[in-house]
Design a protein around this ligand. Structure first.
Ligand code: F0G
Length: 355
């Protein structure tokens, strides 16, 4: 019986791999593109959500990690290293475990979601909390990879972006063309770059008829690309994208120029509002960083920048179960406490308003 074989096997002809490349896969990719009627109704566009939380470790990072770890093993690496706000470390740890090699991961102390920390520990990574932010962690990881026998698997490693571009292939395949607009959250801007590359390749191959405008959104307290300057102390509840000096900044600006793209900033309140809308009206549970795609769509629609009837794809990058605490926070900022009822059917019926 057919089973999705992971992005390296599914797209072998589109990636720089050969018979000498060991395929280290957990079956990543093939994620659902979900129509979102509630978001279409709010915006007048034709909105779809690419749910990357459905990847094996719960984020889009797996697409790039299968490529990066496979190539690292091909080149004889016995250990890999990355800096991470949590998802990259979870993914690197899982793929390294599968490959039987060591993963060392550097994370900002106290600043990554519990689910992600648990994943890295469970997959037996050598995890160090650095007394600094993500940008500091990346500086150290790069220096270590330059000076010691350890292979860097952050998205400054080109294999990562190559693997991640496969998400655009899937969108084109499902819609039978590229969308008009594609929206992603932006941290290091690797994924923004990767989607643009995938769409560019599909257009150049003649598979699609257009290049989507790439819209990327950063949290207002961590918006270096929007500001045009490094942010020294980035801050946002969206811990995955708390990044002040994006590694793929230049590549992303080139992708923006090629696609008539856009970068915008979104407040934490708007991120949490979008998180509630996506959960309650569409039925998709994501981590806060992912909800910024929805917030960005709503902001652009309000600004009159989303043409009626346009096909818009939002990538939601990570699963809500990684960082579930935000769902409990009500609109008023107070945590929801589920009602307690006696062990009695009549009482439950009464409380539910059924009686
Ligand atoms: N969404 C999530 C859930 C992420 O974890 C990240 C990045 C992004 C969006 C932004 O993607 O960096 O390609 O622009 N997380 C990295 C990590 C930094 O370490 O897990 P980007």
């Amino acid at each position: 019986a057919h089973q999705w074989r992971g992005v390296l096997r599914e797209y072998a002809d589109r990636l720089d791999i050969s018979d000498a490349t060991p395929i280290i896969t957990l079956g990543e990719g093939g994620t659902p593109l979900i129509p979102a009627p509630a978001l279409s109704a709010r915006t007048g566009a034709n909105v779809y959500v690419k749910f990357e939380g459905m990847n094996p470790t719960g984020s889009f990072k797996d697409r790039g990690m299968t490529m990066a770890i496979s190539k690292a093993v091909e080149h004889g690496a016995k250990a890999v290293i990355c800096a991470s706000t949590g998802n990259t470390s979870a993914s690197a740890a899982a793929y390294a475990a599968h490959a039987g090699i060591t993963a060392a991961v550097l994370v900002p102390e106290g600043k990554i979601a519990l689910g992600k920390l648990s994943q890295a520990i469970a997959h037996n990574a050598e995890l160090l909390q650095i007394q600094g932010n993500f940008d500091d962690c990346l500086d150290i990881a790069r220096e270590l990879a330059a000076n010691y026998p350890v292979h860097l698997v952050n998205s400054v490693n080109p294999d990562r972006i190559e693997g991640q571009k496969t998400a655009a292939f899937e969108v084109v395949e499902t819609l039978e063309d590229a969308p008009d607009i594609h929206i992603v959250p932006v941290g290091n801007a690797g994924n923004y770059t990767a989607y643009h590359r995938g769409y560019r390749e599909e257009l150049d191959r003649g598979v699609s008829t257009k290049l989507p405008r790439m819209f990327g959104f950063q949290a207002a307290g961590s918006a270096p690309i929007v500001l045009g300057a490094i942010v020294k102390n980035p801050d946002t509840i969206a811990s995955a994208i708390r990044i002040g000096n994006p590694a793929s900044w230049e590549l992303a600006l080139a992708a923006q120029a090629d696609s008539d793209g856009y970068f915008g900033a979104i407040s934490d309140d708007k991120i949490l509002e979008a998180h509630r809308i996506l959960s309650a009206e569409v039925g998709i549970f994501v981590e806060p960083a992912s909800a910024i795609s929805v917030a960005g769509l709503l902001e652009r629609a309000e600004a009159g920048q989303i043409p009626r009837g346009a096909t818009v794809v939002l990538t939601v990058t990570g699963h809500g179960l990684k960082d579930p605490q935000w769902a409990l926070r009500g609109k008023d900022g107070v945590d929801v406490a589920p009602t307690v009822v006696a062990n009695d059917t009549a009482e439950v019926a009464g409380v539910l308003g059924l009686a």
